[in-house]
Design a protein around this ligand. Structure first.
Ligand SMILES: [Zn+2]
Length: 424
């Protein structure tokens, strides 16, 4: 991190091979845990599932190829805005969100218990993760993205915990009954932070030992959570605002508040949060809009655009998809856009966070199948590239072990310990 990477031109081939082997050995030994991977329940059914090499960024064959040891499957529920539906923050909206969450919990249980039980196992504690890894299986945790699905009933916090959730973010994009979202920077605020109910949810999570995830929360909400929580908090998939000025990222003040809780930022390899790309030219925008329209695709705007696009493409026959991709390739040649983020840009965020917070408060996440999009770590099969880049930058095995999951498991253990204390 503080040393200059050996330049490929000056080093001897044997040094290069040594470094590669050294990195491979580290990658083999440490537990590599990715704290944020989305999925569609339709990809975890008997006929079509992650034991197959699906056209998804994450699945077991790609995970094995990349040497990724574990993940958090994300029970994500989209936020219905009150402006879109007056019943968004009333029983009908909550019920829909809750049903969607259950569907995702069930899908992960079915996958890990029935479909792939000899390959991957559901973990509930930090020590489960180590036991499962030692037994040669992949580790599956679950996290909830968006407390919207809890409605206004605190009993559901316990229910989600019982179903396996080990972290939960109060919000996603758009404010809900628990807290303000980062999107308030464009839309204005509802609570100016966490709502009274949101405060109760944080307390309930602390009592259970479920980690509070501040990704997607507004700055005010995030800072309030850092003060409210009796246990270390996490940002399950966020990056550094000083390097990429978007509302989803954490500024230095937020990062230091997170550190003060004893928590960890799981730096996310999501293109749009790693690099602020230059705005497209009017000609490129017009050409893109025309192509989207020709193929009846969703508008490429706002957070989650890649995910929406990928979801739409997934439903197409291969032929149509190929045709679209070839036209997109031509368009990119005629009207080039700014280049997406690379692995190097991503690890710059890790370096920045480590320099500010120290090695104990930084981790790694991909946001695969919810976005991702960083060149050289764009699916689980490329996971080794991250370790190799960390080795290039001079991180030691011990430091890499912490970044790749050691810190997150420590924070989880702390949450478990504090919960026991609070329950006594
Ligand atoms: Zn997210």
């Amino acid at each position: 991190m503080m040393t200059t990477p050996p330049s490929s031109s000056s080093e001897q081939p044997s040094e290069k091979t040594d470094l590669l082997q050294y990195a491979r050995a580290i990658h083999e030994r440490v537990i590599t845990l990715d704290s944020h991977i989305d999925f569609a329940p339709a990809d975890l059914v008997s006929e079509r599932n992650y034991t197959q090499r699906l056209d998804t960024q994450f699945n077991l064959p790609k995970m094995i190829e990349g040497g990724l040891d574990g993940l958090f499957f994300i029970v994500f529920v989209a936020q219905t805005r009150e402006s879109q539906n007056t019943e968004a923050l009333k029983a009908p909206g909550y019920d829909r969100a809750y049903q969607r969450a259950l569907e995702k919990f069930d899908a992960v249980h079915h996958f890990t218990h029935a479909i792939a039980r000899d390959q991957i196992e559901l973990a509930f504690t930090a020590s489960d993760a180590r036991r499962i890894h030692a037994a040669g299986k992949k580790i599956a945790f679950m996290g909830v993205e968006n407390g919207y699905a809890l409605g206004e009933d605190l009993r559901f916090v316990q229910e989600f915990y019982d179903r396996g959730a080990r972290y939960l973010s109060l919000t996603h994009n758009g404010h809900n009954q628990l807290a303000d979202s980062h999107t308030g920077e464009r839309e204005g605020w509802k609570w100016h932070g966490v709502s009274p109910l949101g405060e109760e949810v944080v307390a309930a999570m602390n009592r259970l030992g479920m980690m509070v995830d501040v990704s997607h929360a507004s700055k005010n909400a995030m800072m309030q959570i850092a003060t409210l929580s009796k246990a270390p908090v996490i940002a399950s998939h966020s990056a550094v605002r000083a390097l990429c000025d978007v509302s989803r990222n954490l500024d230095d003040e937020q990062l230091l508040a997170l550190q003060k809780t004893g928590g960890v930022i799981q730096v996310v390899a999501y293109n749009g949060f790693i690099k602020t790309t230059k705005a497209d030219s009017p000609e490129r925008l017009a050409a893109l809009a025309a192509l989207q329209k020709e193929y009846d695709l969703p508008e490429m705007k706002g957070p989650g655009q890649q995910a929406r696009l990928q979801a739409a493409l997934k439903t197409w026959p291969a032929e149509r998809r190929k045709e679209y991709e070839s036209k997109l390739g031509d368009l990119n040649k005629s009207y080039p856009g700014d280049l997406p983020a690379t692995l190097n840009d991503f690890v710059d965020h890790i370096d920045y966070a480590v320099n500010l917070l120290g090695i104990d408060h930084v981790g790694i996440s991909s946001d695969f199948d919810g976005g991702g999009g960083v060149i050289e770590w764009n699916d689980a099969s490329e996971t080794f590239n991250v370790t190799l880049e960390l080795v290039h930058r001079g991180y030691s095995e011990k430091q890499i072990e912490r970044l790749w999951g050691g810190n997150l498991l420590r924070v989880m253990g702390e949450n478990e310990r504090i919960a026991r204390e609070l329950q006594d």
